[in-house]
Ligand binder design. Structure first.
Ligand SMILES: Cc1cc2nc3c(=O)[nH]c(=O)nc-3n(C[C@H](O)[C@H](O)[C@H](O)COP(=O)(O)OP(=O)(O)OC[C@H]3O[C@@H](n4cnc5c(N)ncnc54)[C@H](O)[C@@H]3O)c2cc1C
Length: 420
């Protein structure tokens, strides 16, 4: 049996690894010249940058052990920060209002007390959910703005099942305590996060990818499911017995012949974000103050900034530090040019005192066509139409964009395991 896997991200590597554990060989085809997909990285003048922020927090001890195997892990307690109108608030902001002026704290707290009480099952969209959890004033100043920056849409356009443990809802005691003094308690959904000591985030896969047959610079452009044939951009043709794909649903659908209108329409309805990573290296060790921080001011395009050098000092040359900012767009929106985004990011971060321009020695901007799957109201229906269709064609679609899920890397890894 010839098992063919498309994509060498976490999901593809996990599928190949778990097949191998069962004595089944597979061939992986990857369009890029290296492995890791979104968990991969790039290096400029000795500064290593992951593709977006990446820290690991698997619930499963066995998975954590596999991820740790090679390099050992740094353990981080997640205490991110929030930048809001010249103030730095520990995360989550609603639990740490202390640095804000009294007038604004009073507005937030009064609104929190008087917020509409609604049964969660009656809530129809994310905007309503946010108002019911935090009150209107806070919702408008913080998560509504962040939703626009991170998801590229208005909060009312999103449904709510994706939220899960991601957002913290405080009680009045916690809000009041945090309005007097910044709280020491970590309210983040993962209490510990892990990062490989060496080699960047993708090192979590070192032991699994060993001995796998990964073929690089192999971009699939057409799939003929009847003849079980793959055609690559260089003209090569491969026949498969079994096909596992980790490609984004909109991409794989484009490669198939005679796709029914209903599937085409469902694919067209899918929404996702795309975005820039703005990578910055500094010639001093102390630029990065927080593992990551969120930005709520709309004139600053970046939604989030994090520090590769705080994740691991292995990511920078000795005596240096680094930051990476993210700027996202909805896939149907107009994309601002990379020049403007880079300029805005650097100028604004200098303006708010994050770094001094003279310390900046590396600057880079690159674009990722797929970042987050967006949970618009029609997602579940559209996604199941497409996945059912792929199933009928005997194509197993897995991973973050293959299942069209808000999957962290350990979940994409589980997906690869469950394919077997
Ligand atoms: C902004 C952001 C922050 C994140 N932060 C975290 C975090 O902190 N912790 C965490 O655990 N997870 C995080 N994630 C999620 C994590 O990145 C994903 O869950 C994981 O990388 C998905 O792996 P995958 O294999 O499913 O997909 P991918 O990594 O996208 O792999 C798909 C592979 O297919 C290849 N491919 C595409 N088209 C073709 C083609 N035509 N032919 C051949 N190959 C092709 C691609 O090059 C790629 O290598 C984050 C994601 C984003 C966007």
């Amino acid at each position: 049996m010839k098992v063919t896997i498309l994509g060498s991200g976490v999901a593809g590597i996990s599928a190949g690894y778990h097949l191998k554990q069962k004595g089944i060989n597979s061939s992986i085809y990857e369009k890029d010249s290296d492995w890791g997909g979104l968990c991969g990285n790039f290096t400029i003048d000795g500064f290593r940058f992951d593709r977006f922020v990446h820290l690991s927090f698997p619930d499963d001890k066995h998975v954590l052990q596999l991820f740790t195997n090679n390099t050992g892990m740094h353990e981080h307690i997640p205490f991110p920060s929030n930048y809001y109108k010249n103030h730095w608030l520990r995360h989550p902001a609603q639990n740490n209002l202390a640095p804000l002026p009294s007038e604004e704290k009073v507005k937030i707290i009064c609104d929190f007390i008087n917020r509409e009480k609604k049964n969660i099952t009656e809530i129809t969209n994310y905007e309503e959910w946010l108002k019911v959890q935090y009150g209107s004033y806070f919702a408008e100043k913080f998560p509504f703005v962040y939703t626009r920056k991170y998801w590229g849409v208005e909060a009312r356009e999103l449904e709510t099942k994706w939220i899960g443990v991601r957002m913290y809802t405080p009680d009045i005691k916690q809000v009041l305590e945090g309005s007097y003094e910044t709280q020491d308690e970590c309210f983040y959904f993962a209490k510990k996060m892990y990062y490989p000591k060496k080699g960047g985030f993708r090192s979590i896969l070192n032991s699994c990818r060993k001995d796998l047959d990964i073929n690089f610079n192999k971009e699939v452009v057409k799939i003929d499911p009847n003849q079980k044939k793959l055609i690559f951009s260089d003209g090569q043709i491969e026949i498969y017995d079994r096909l596992i794909s980790t490609l984004p649903l909109p991409e794989i659908i484009k490669m198939l012949p005679n796709v029914p209108d209903e599937v085409k329409e469902a694919t067209n309805n899918l929404r996702h974000t795309c975005g820039y990573q703005i990578s910055l290296g500094f010639n001093r060790p102390d630029v990065a103050k927080y593992l990551w921080f969120y930005i709520y001011d709309e004139d600053i395009l970046s939604a989030r900034v994090y520090s590769p050098s705080l994740k691991s000092s292995d990511n920078v040359p000795k005596g240096c530090s680094s930051l990476q900012a993210e700027v996202f767009f909805d896939n149907k929106a107009e994309i601002i040019s990379s020049e403007l985004v880079l300029k805005n990011t650097i100028d604004k971060l200098v303006q708010i005192g994050v770094f001094k321009k003279q310390d900046l020695i590396v600057q880079d901007i690159r674009f990722e066509p797929y970042a987050n799957v967006t949970f618009v109201h029609s997602i579940y229906q559209d996604r199941s139409i497409i996945l059912n269709y792929l199933n009928e064609l005997n194509i197993k679609s897995i991973g973050r964009f293959g299942k069209w899920e808000y999957a962290w890397s350990h979940q994409a890894f589980e997906d690869g395991k469950n394919t077997i």
